[in-house]
Design a protein around this ligand. Structure first.
Ligand SMILES: Nc1nc2c(c(=O)[nH]1)N[C@H]1C(S)=C(S)[C@@H](COP(=O)(O)O)O[C@H]1N2
Ligand SMILES: [Mo]
Length: 486
């Protein structure tokens, strides 16, 4: 067993443990799986948890989140799955890089021949092996072959097919990717939820393999296996091999305990570290993609979840009671022209309309029509100064701790044709639940960037002095990453 395989095998295990743990935490935040993108309370095929939403008053997707225990997952408290996501993507990046080294080794040598069958006869042979195992006919030591047909097929599936399935389904969940390459989603019937469900089933397949693989390694010629997976040769003392083996297991255990501890108790530092690793990679991979997918009228979802309750402040309630006649959008900051617009002024601009798929970070989706004015017009009128790099959308909603909702986006995001300030949804005036009187749509991003109940738009050089300085309410409070492309 070459050293490259020994090392990539270990890093793979390291990453897969983190991926499964964080993946379960992400799933728990919206513990329902569907085959349709028109997600409702009742059209899932699998659901965890027992929460029931009230029929007589407004509930949000946030209320539906479950939590699977502080210590089970490296993810933080209830709904703080931003850290679980940050772990997930960081581990995924390391896992993909390790996979590239592993595949590179397999295909630049003839090592692949041990795993990838080259004759159709592998299928009947595998069947024969399976019947043998099921009827408990373990081959005698002399005839035992670690790569019998059944194992060869299983290893080939796990090393070469399953990772591809995981990557393909992961990409099909990204708003940036799927809006730039709409045809790609046809792999999954155009449905993100199909990819999300398959991603989950892929995790189940991985887990089942791990259980079987570990059982086989432990039961069948353990001493020989331990030498191979630690030193890559049987020509080594068993005690040395066992020492390395248990040291590696201990490392995995300690790493996971420490990672969980830090994630729960030092969330800001943990977020900073993970984001520093993953955001540059994510921005390079997805930042250049331009949303362009427009759905048809008949694609519109009959039901569209809500996330984020309407503002409770007196100021906002008065504006709403007056049908937003006194509401003004304030545009200010690092610009040549600061100005204010009434809803009438905004409606006087050319009306733009788009039918798009909304993807919430929690997992649900829905298709809706949005009508409004292009954000580009605001930028052109305001004339940002050269140093303005970000655009901050401030909202009217204030949480129980007195913190206002806001999100910062890049100035260049404002030039997407699908970045608009919407005052209509499904050809009706935007209602209270979905963000009246005005909300942002920026279709390359996840839902949490699309600020509802907009109060003002501020152009800034940096966002460190706003809120807690992480570029958004969700980034400040539940440790989401900032890019929101995936
Ligand atoms: N002001 C404000 N805007 C917000 C939120 C919020 O809580 N407050 N939630 C965000 C999240 S997480 C999502 S998924 C979308 C939900 O939009 P919807 O309620 O119209 O479905 O709004 C985003 N904009
Ligand atoms: Mo969301």
């Amino acid at each position: 067993m070459p050293l490259t395989i020994v090392i990539t095998h270990f890093i793979n295990l390291f990453c897969v443990i983190l991926l499964i743990r964080s993946g379960l935490h992400i799933l728990a935040d919206h513990p329902m799986l569907y085959w349709t993108d028109h997600t409702r309370r009742d059209n899932y095929w699998l659901k965890f948890g027992k929460k029931k939403m009230p029929a007589d008053k407004l509930w949000t997707a946030h209320d539906e989140a479950e939590h699977i225990g502080h210590y089970a997952m490296p993810g933080g408290a209830h709904h703080e799955f931003g850290l679980a996501r940050n772990w997930h993507f960081t581990a995924a990046i390391i896992w993909l890089a390790t996979g590239a080294v592993y595949w590179g080794y397999m295909f630049t040598t003839d090592a692949w021949r041990r795993l990838i069958p080259t004759s159709w006869s592998v299928f009947p042979a595998a069947w024969h092996d399976l019947v043998g195992y099921l009827t408990l006919h373990i081959p005698p030591e002399s005839a035992f072959h670690p790569y019998d047909a059944l194992q060869q097929l299983t290893y080939a599936g796990v090393a070469f097919i399953l990772p591809v399935v995981m990557l393909l389904t992961a990409l099909a969940m990204s708003p940036a990717f799927t809006n730039h390459f709409p045809r790609y989603t046809l792999l999954f019937g155009g449905r993100r939820q199909v990819a999300r469900s398959l991603h989950f089933l892929g995790m189940i397949a991985f887990s089942a393999f791990i259980v079987m693989h570990v059982t086989m390694v432990a039961l069948v010629y353990f001493a020989r296996n331990v030498k191979l997976i630690t030193f890559g040769t049987t020509n080594v003392d068993l005690s040395a091999a066992l020492t390395v083996f248990f040291a590696a297991l201990l490392f995995l255990l300690i790493f996971n305990v420490v990672a969980t501890y830090f994630t729960l108790n030092h969330r800001v530092i943990m977020r900073r570290i993970l984001v520093a690793i993953m955001n540059p990679v994510i921005h390079t991979a997805f930042g250049w993609m331009r949303p362009r997918k427009n759905y048809k009228k008949e694609d519109i979802s009959p039901f569209f979840r809500v996330n984020g309750y309407p503002p409770e402040t007196d100021e906002f309630k008065q504006l709403a009671a007056g049908n937003y006649k006194d509401w003004r959008l304030k545009v200010y900051g690092e610009v040549e022209h600061e100005f204010e617009l009434s809803l009438e002024d905004i409606k006087a601009y050319p009306r733009q309309e788009q039918i798009t798929k909304h993807i919430c970070i929690q997992g649900w989706s829905a298709i809706g029509e949005w009508g409004g004015m292009s954000m580009k017009e605001i930028v052109e009128r305001a004339k940002p100064k050269a140093r303005a790099k970000y655009v901050v959308f401030h909202a009217y909603d204030v949480d129980g701790n007195g913190k206002s909702f806001y999100e910062a986006l890049r100035l260049k995001d404002m030039f997407d044709t699908q970045t608009i300030l919407a005052y209509e949804m499904n050809w009706q005036p935007l209602n209270l639940e979905h963000g009246a009187p005005l909300r942002l749509r920026c279709e390359r991003k996840l839902g949490y960037k699309m600020v509802k109940y907009i109060k003002s738009i501020e152009f800034v050089e940096e966002y460190k002095s706003i809120g807690e300085g992480r570029g958004g309410y969700r980034e400040d409070n539940v440790m989401f990453d900032w890019e929101a492309y995936i």
